[in-house]
Design a protein around this ligand. Sequence first.
Ligand code: ADP
Ligand code: ADP
Length: 232
Amino acid sequence: GDVLRLASVSKVYDKTGIPVTALKSVNLSLAPGTFTAIMGPSGSGKSTLLHCASGLDQPSSGEVYIAGQQMTFGNETELTRFRRGRIGFVFQQFNLLPSLTVRQNITLPSRLEGKRVDRQRLEAVVERVDLLHRLDHHPAQLSGGEQQRVAIARALVSNPKIIFADEPTGALDTHRAAEVLDLFDQAVREFGQTVIMVTHDPIAASHADLVLFLVDGQIVDEMARPNPATVA
Ligand code: ADP
Ligand code: ADP
């Protein structure tokens, strides 16, 4: 079945008394082991879509299903528990804590839930992002590309089914961006994980199997990458 399904998801922000409709009845189904990019102009609802699909934000209406299970937006503890092992998040600005080491940044979300990260699991994930030599360093000692790889390791350590990434290459040069995209490719092709990424960068989007174009809170177009095996 689908690893992610949005059924008529809408989002209206109404804090100021002037309602802003950020998403209009969005339907979306993604198969496991696929890489999807979301593109669209600024303010078209890309981040809102990612936030509603990942439980960082609550839709005004509609349903979100992760691997067939409906996300319930009860209390924060429940939501955090639901996300664990299902959802990982990677942000443009890395969101690492400067006072913690790489190891501590990666294991913090688990620790906050009272779970100890298995040492072998930690090392396997850190090896995957090629940072074993950096485990006891602090974020300020690392390059931007390395910091984003720490954030990816943090997202991967609970072995999520879906990785949500919001402009993950936006703060990186071409070379570092390529490393991040390689890691997502690997997550999809080798580990069968699902990546859904908001991006402005056509090169980043070219890694995706499916590109969705969002305008005014609606998916107005989509483009599937031709399967290389079927191209003559
Ligand atoms: P994008 O990621 O495509 O730039 P967003 O999802 O950030 O778009 O925003 C979609 C619309 O929702 C915009 O009109 C934006 O101003 C509005 N919006 C986003 N977040 C909030 C918020 N927290 N409160 C009010 N309006 C918001
Ligand atoms: P110990 O079980 O005595 O902590 P380990 O061999 O498991 O020893 O870990 C070695 C180092 O890695 C120690 O500095 C330990 O604090 C750290 N470490 C191990 N697991 C974690 C974890 N889940 N989060 C943070 N640090 C960890």
